[in-house]
Write a protein that binds this ligand. Structure first.
Ligand code: HEC
Length: 159
């Protein structure tokens, strides 16, 4: 809670909000991190020995919280338009849903912190590492940095 926010709405632009994320997505990621299959340096060791039942309970709690739109840069209408076209080209909504609310093992993107989204997409594109979804990484293949920035701006402001 100190990092992700008491109700799962993080105040730090580099730390993702968990509020309203699909329960299964949170569960999966917590297990991957606990088992050392996904490396999140800031979370290293935090989940050591945490039993499955507690992971399920935490995921249920955060999934049930109301996602509040993150405060960020003011809306840049041109960047939003470019981001929208790029998301259509990348078929992002086919998995993340057309309103980007996510489903099952696929995260919510709508209203997530822009800085986190950008860093996360760069990681998928450049060094996804073990435990990360390969089709997701493939969807960002060939996108330029400026295009990822437009996508992050569009998704962070998606209401
Ligand atoms: C084939 C389905 C699929 C498509 C298409 C897809 N994604 Fe994803 N995406 C996923 C899955 C599954 C995850 C979670 C898996 C993981 O973290 O390894 C994910 C994770 C993400 C994350 C990380 C968010 C977080 O909270 O950790 C971002 C950002 C993202 N996707 C953006 C996009 C964008 C932008 C596009 C379009 C260019 C896209 N995705 C297309 C399935 C997809």
């Amino acid at each position: 809670m100190a990092c992700h926010g008491a109700q799962g709405n993080s105040a730090d632009p580099n730390i993702p909000s968990l509020a309203g994320q699909p329960r299964l997505f949170i569960e999966n990621q917590l297990v991957l991190i606990r088992e050392g299959l996904r490396d999140v340096p800031a979370m290293k060791g935090l989940l050591d020995g945490v039993p499955d039942a507690e992971i399920v309970a935490m995921a249920g709690y955060f999934a049930a919280q109301k996602p509040l739109p993150a405060a960020g840069r003011p809306v840049d209408a041109a960047a939003v338009e470019r981001g929208k076209a790029l998301a259509a080209r990348g078929l992002c909504g086919s998995c993340h849903l057309p309103d980007y609310s996510g489903r099952q093992q696929i995260p919510r993107l709508a209203g997530q912190h822009e800085a986190f989204l950008l860093a996360s997409m760069k990681q998928f594109r450049d060094h996804p590492g073990p435990g990360r979804d390969t089709i997701m990484a493939a969807s960002l293949y060939g996108f330029k940095d400026a295009e990822l920035a437009d996508l992050a701006h569009y998704l962070a402001h998606f209401r």
